[in-house]
Design a protein around this ligand. Structure first.
Ligand SMILES: C[S@@+](CC[C@H](N)C(=O)[O-])C[C@H]1O[C@@H](n2cnc3c(N)ncnc32)[C@H](O)[C@@H]1O
Length: 218
C-alpha cells in the first residue's frame, strides 16, 4: 500500500512535470503494452474484471459518458475495447441515439450481450473485432476508448484512422488508468488534438484515471 501511494504521488506530480514521469517510469524503453484476445478471454471467463462494474471503479466511465453527452447530446457512440459493457452501463443513463461496442475478446462480447440485450430499436449492439484494424460500417457522433487506447498502438495515428468514421463535429473520448506510461499518450493527444475537456478522476481508495474528450487530430 505504501508503494502504491508513493507511485500515486509521483504520477500526480508528473501531470504537469513530464520530466518527473520520465524519471520514475518503470521499463521506460520497453515496447508499448502487448496483449492478446486469449489473455482477455481468460480474464472475463474468470470474472477478474467484474470489478469494473463496481461503483468506485466507474467514476471515469460516468464522467466520460456525461462529457460526451454534454458535447454531443444523445450521441450515437462507438466504443472500442468494450469488454463486458461496463462503459455502456454508465452511458445508457444519457439515452444515446445508438451504441455499438467492439472488442477482440469474444468471451467479453458474449458477456456484454447477456448483460445488455438489444431493445426493440436494436440497441445496444456488440461485435467481435480488433480495434487496431476495425473498419466501422457506420458513422458516429462519438468514438470512445475507455481504458483501451494503450493497447492499440500509436494513439494519434489511431485517432486519424477513426476520424473518417465520425460525423462532422464528432468527438473522441478516452480514459486511462493514471500511470506514467499513459501520461505519454495523454501528452500526445494534447499536442495533436483540440482538447474539449480533460480531468483526473480520483477515488478515495487511491485509484485515479485520466479522462479526455477531444476533436480529431489536425
Ligand atoms: C481494461 S479493459 C476495459 C474495458 C472497457 N472499455 C471498460 O472501460 O470497462 C480493456 C479492454 O480492451 C480490450 N482490447 C485490448 N486490445 C484490444 C484490441 N486490439 N482490439 C479490441 N479490443 C481490445 C480487451 O479485450 C479489454 O476488454
Amino acid at each position: 500500500m505504501g508503494y502504491f501511494r508513493m507511485r500515486r504521488v509521483i504520477e500526480l506530480a508528473a501531470l504537469d512535470r513530464p520530466w518527473v514521469g520520465e524519471m520514475f517510469m518503470r521499463k521506460r524503453f520497453a515496447p508499448p503494452i502487448e496483449t492478446n484476445a486469449e489473455e482477455w478471454n481468460d480474464h472475463y471467463a474468470g470474472s477478474t474484471y467484474d470489478r469494473l462494474f463496481k461503483s468506485d471503479q466507474r467514476h471515469h466511465h460516468r464522467l466520460l459518458a456525461s462529457l460526451v453527452n454534454e458535447h454531443r447530446p444523445h450521441a450515437k457512440v462507438l466504443e472500442i475495447g468494450c469488454g463486458e459493457g461496463a462503459f455502456y452501463a454508465s452511458l445508457k443513463a444519457f439515452a444515446p441515439a445508438g451504441y455499438h461496442g467492439v472488442d477482440f475478446s469474444d468471451t467479453g462480447v458474449e458477456a456484454a450481450r447477456r448483460r445488455f440485450p438489444s431493445d426493440l430499436q436494436g440497441h445496444p449492439t456488440f461485435a467481435v473485432g480488433d480495434g487496431r484494424t476495425y473498419e466501422p460500417e457506420d458513422k458516429f457522433d462519438a468514438i470512445v476508448f475507455p481504458e483501451c487506447i494503450e493497447y492499440l498502438g500509436e494513439p494519434v495515428d489511431l485517432l486519424r484512422r477513426y476520424s473518417s468514421s465520425l460525423h462532422p463535429d464528432g468527438v473522441f473520448g478516452v480514459s486511462m488508468w493514471l500511470n506514467t506510461k499513459p501520461l505519454r499518450i495523454w501528452r500526445k493527444l494534447q499536442a495533436s488534438c483540440e482538447i474539449l475537456d480533460e480531468a483526473v478522476v480520483a477515488a478515495p481508495w487511491g485509484g485515479a484515471w485520466l479522462v479526455t474528450v477531444c476533436k480529431p487530430p489536425k
